[in-house]
Structure formats: C-alpha cells, structure tokens
Design a protein around this ligand. Structure first.
Ligand code: RTP
Ligand code: MG
Length: 143
C-alpha cells in the first residue's frame, strides 16, 4: 500500500475538553504523520459546505450548529493506508458502537458530539484536504 493522505478534524467537543494533545498522540502512535494543521472556528457557510453531502438529512442543522459551536483543529495525516487506518482508530460514528480503545469510544460524548472527523475514502480525502489547505500549506515528510 502506497503512502496516502487523509483529512481529519478534532471537533469542538474534544477541543473544549483539552484533548488535542491526546488525539495527536493517537495519530502518531498509529504511524500517521501530521503534515498540515491549523485551528479554525468554522462559519456556518464553511460547515454547510463541508458537510454538503448531508444537507438533506434530519440531523444537518444540529450538525452545523455543533461544528460551529467552538474552534476545531483541522489536519492532514499522511501514512500507509491513511484513510482506512484513521477510520480504524476513530471508531464507529456512534460511540456506543465504537470498539474499546478507539477515539470515539474513549472521548466522544454522543453520536452528535463525536470528537473527530475523518475522510471516508480517497476521493473525499482529496476534496476535504483542498477545502481547508492550499498545496503550500502541506509539508511532505521525508523522515
Ligand atoms: P464524520 O463525517 O464526522 O467523520 O463522521 P462519519 O463519517 O462517521 O459519519 P457521517 O455519516 O459522515 O455523518 C457525519 C456526522 O453527522 C452526525 N450524525 N448524526 N443523529 C444521527 O443519526 C447522525 N448521523 C450522523 C455525526 O456527528 C457524524 O459524525
Ligand atoms: Mg463522514
């Protein structure tokens, strides 16, 4: 499997609980290198655009309300099989279904306030990375 990139968000609930460092430790322990990162307080327009695929879902307004409720940390993760590996360490969307030891099992409050986002496929990763980062903001890791 070749080196791959994925996009990740530490959501407002986890930032509020001072879990940025703990979550970064999980990424790095899993062999995912942080190659771009920034903190941002999303506007409604930014959050709606990011989650546009869910715009017709009943939870959309609650999702946008939550994602704009406080700052988030967005990052690009690079590593072997990065998309799948990140989804694995995140755990299921609903923390009640997430395997023990995953980020959502350990840190999520609920299905709505579920600590982290991670791209679900290579194509969404490319779109989501470009939504937040220019090429110049990404630092490929040579070691
Ligand atoms: P994410 O996009 O945030 O990484 O989460 P995901 O792939 O595991 O889940 P997705 O289906 O893409 O849903 C995006 C976010 O919407 C909220 N959600 N609420 N109440 C509900 O039934 C429900 N379903 C989804 C979650 O916060 C989920 O992370
Ligand atoms: Mg998703």
């Amino acid at each position: 499997m070749a080196l791959e990139r994925t996009f990740s968000i530490i959501k407002p609930d986890a930032v509020a609980k001072n879990l940025i460092g703990a979550i970064y430790q999980r990424f790095e322990a899993a062999g995912l290198k942080i190659v771009a990162a920034k903190m941002v307080h999303l506007s409604r327009e930014q959050a709606e655009g990011f989650y546009a695929e869910h715009s017709e879902r009943p939870f959309f307004k609650a999702l946008v309300d939550f994602m704009t409720s406080g700052p988030v940390v967005v990052q690009v993760l690079e590593g072997e099989d990065a998309v799948r590996r990140n989804r694995e360490i995140m755990g299921a969307t609903n923390p009640a279904d997430a395997l023990a030891g995953t980020l959502r099992a350990d840190y999520a409050n609920s299905i709505d306030e579920n600590a982290v986002h991670g791209s679900d496929a290579a194509a969404s990763a490319a779109r989501e990375i470009a939504y937040f980062f220019s090429d110049e903001e990404i630092c490929p890791r040579t070691r």
